[in-house]
Ligand binder design. Sequence first.
Ligand code: ZN
Length: 313
Amino acid sequence: MKHSLPDAVLISEVGPRDGLQSVKTIMATGDKLKWIDALYAAGLREIEVASFVPAALLPQMADAAAVVKHALTLPGLTVMALVPNVRGAQAALQAGVHKLTIPVSASEAHSLANVRKTREQMVAEVRSIVALRNEVASAVRIEAGMSTAFGCTIQGEVREDDVVWLAEQVIAAGVDESGLSDTTGMANPAQVRRLFNRVRAAIGERTGAAHMHNTRGLGLANCLAAYDVGVRTFDASLGGLGGCPYAPGASGNVVTEDLAFMFEAMGVRTGIDLEKLIAARAPLMAGLPGEPIYGMTPEAGLPKGYVQGAAHV
Ligand code: ZN
């Protein structure tokens, strides 16, 4: 019997950064390392482990360098960190990360509120980070994560032309890829298809990850829409850590367990062992006692007769 090789996707785990920086409790460094080890054991091969920002602003990330140092001991893991400026990039490169992600806002209002810079000023910052990378660590990859690409809680609608323009700007500034983030959970699948198609038409294979939120329950639908138009890297957070304060009971980030289950059940390879992934919730819960975590698949359990990888043999 002849059948074509099914696609594979990369699920990029953002919980240790995106998740932990949105909860008030500070997870102890030892607990973070145990959690990262469990994520790695489940097969995740790209993890955003920290953000390099002043500890006064985000005490949750004060141990970023120590966390990176440990993550670098895991063979084959792409160790990623978020950096909002050159100073953060310096620290992250010094720590030895493999990949930097820089947040840029498609919404001018969000950009001013979040990094106190206009979009043009942020593009200039991106250019400086790229120059630094080229000088001191040319093998490190840089991604721009375009926040509020699908809508903004401050300014409302974000014009698609602005998103395409900004993607072109950051690529011209030298980043390796630009992904699109639904920071505020406002995206719908039709919009996701349209916008990823438009961005791909503008920057081609430099189109990066889909970072979707589940604020209104559309996280998985939006990931599938992005998959349908060629996206193969998806950000997600174990247990959906990083809850949205505007939607009590709903998770913020797409839940890694549900996303991995969706793809594996479809026969799309993720490289993830679902049972081990669900087991990775234990060190997360141990490190953040009392913090709500989400996920339909872990609650329901794997379906009867489910065999990992069976769909693609
Ligand atoms: Zn997020």
